[in-house]
Design a binder for this molecule. Structure first.
Ligand code: CO
Length: 377
């Protein structure tokens, strides 16, 4: 795929992290292999049995502790780093971590970590290497940076949405009674790869038909589509590490009247949330706008999840669009809007879009038709 893309400015991201550290109670941030390390350095490591840790200290080039076989990834970086590499013998790792901790001067300090990401493996090596240093939750610092996407990130997210939408458009004509959820999920997965998704999918596609569509997190089964089914497809692509996450609901042939009605209500809830979202609007107000529509129609108890979640290098990240989250939305924030109604034993509807806050409102990155489409007849 050809695309004109502004390069990511990792030096700028590291500088902004340094400012955030200086304005906090922390002296440094320690990250293992994962999305935040990728965000700050552009370095992509698989989480494996060999630990990789980045130590970020203001006014110091990042310290990267890594296996020798990964050192090649540090060649030609557009910013300085201090690499500390270890060999295959785990008994060496402690000494390498001590050297790295000394270079970063993180003994007797307060170091932020991401509790959801770092493992006991990395923590115990860091603790053994850094004397009386205290390790404290620091994920908010990085979430604040990652929440607001720059142009390079938005370019990738737009591409990830396009890959997902093109994939579904190619598959829709083949959806008909007799096809199983598993077969449809396989077609979507292969289609995403052919359309240009990176091989690490954001998540496995959800294909839920008939009564299964009443389960928001169903796994594709061997159930075959029959006329009268509701069909929920929740799928997404990965372009350069950035994810899309979309859901559309279909009717297989003619469905009962109440299913058509809840599809219309969810469509209105999705629109209400997109209409209200904008800079300065609290995340909880977006949730409330969608929920109000569904409650007013009498289906409040059947909408049992939040309205959306942040989206970017992770499938679920800040900002969370839920009741009680007073965070004010700001330009560049990307998240999903995905209200749903699920009636146990019968069927469900979810309509999920990926959106970005702009200077004067909201732009939906996804534009597939949201109305209930009748397929397979
Ligand atoms: Co989602």
């Amino acid at each position: 795929m050809s695309k004109v893309q502004p390069p990511a400015d990792y030096g700028d991201r590291q500088n902004r992290l340094a400012t955030a550290i200086n304005n906090s109670q922390l002296d440094a941030i320690a990250l293992n292999a994962g999305p935040s390390l990728n965000y700050l350095t552009g370095l992509h490591f698989h989480l494996s049995e060999r630990p990789v840790v980045g130590l970020f200290v203001p006014d110091t080039p990042p310290v990267i502790i890594l296996p020798e076989l990964e050192v090649g990834k540090l060649a030609n970086l557009p910013y300085p780093v201090q690499p500390f590499a270890y060999g295959e013998d785990p008994d060496e790792w402690g000494a390498t971590f001590r050297d790295g901790a000394r270079a970063a001067q993180i003994t007797e300090k307060r170091v932020g970590i991401e509790p959801r990401q770092i493992r006991v493996l990395e923590m115990s090596l860091l603790e053994a290497a850094s004397g009386t240093t205290k390790f404290l939750p620091g994920e908010a610092l990085i979430a604040e940076l990652r929440m607001v996407k720059d142009e390079a990130e938005l370019t990738d997210m737009r591409a990830a949405v396009a890959v997902a939408q093109n994939t579904l458009n190619n598959i829709i004509p083949g959806i008909k009674p007799g096809l199983s959820e598993r077969e449809l999920a396989a077609d979507i997965t292969v289609g995403l790869l052919r359309q240009g998704s990176d091989s690490e999918m954001p998540f496995s596609p959800i294909v839920a038909s008939g009564p299964n569509s009443a389960n928001p997190h169903a796994f594709p089964s061997d159930r075959r589509l029959v006329e009268g089914d509701m069909l929920i497809i929740d799928w997404g692509a990965n372009v350069s590490g950035y994810f899309s996450d979309l859901t559309r609901t279909f009717a297989v042939g003619e469905v009962e009247g109440e299913m058509e009605r809840i599809a219309q209500i969810v469509l209105e809830a999705n629109s209400a949330a997109r209409d209200i979202a904008g800079p300065g609007v609290p995340a909880e107000a977006v949730d409330r706008a969608a929920r109000k529509v569904i409650e007013a129609a009498g289906y409040g108890e059947y909408f049992m999840h939040r309205t959306g979640h942040g989206l970017g290098l992770e499938g679920h990240e800040a900002p969370y669009i839920r009741d009680g989250n007073a965070l004010e939305l700001a330009p560049g924030m990307t998240f999903t809007i995905e209200p749903g109604i699920y009636i146990p034993g019968r069927g469900g509807v979810r309509i999920e879009d990926d959106v970005v806050i702009t200077t004067d409102g909201l732009e939906s990155l996804s534009d597939l038709p949201r109305e209930l489409r009748v397929l397979g007849v």
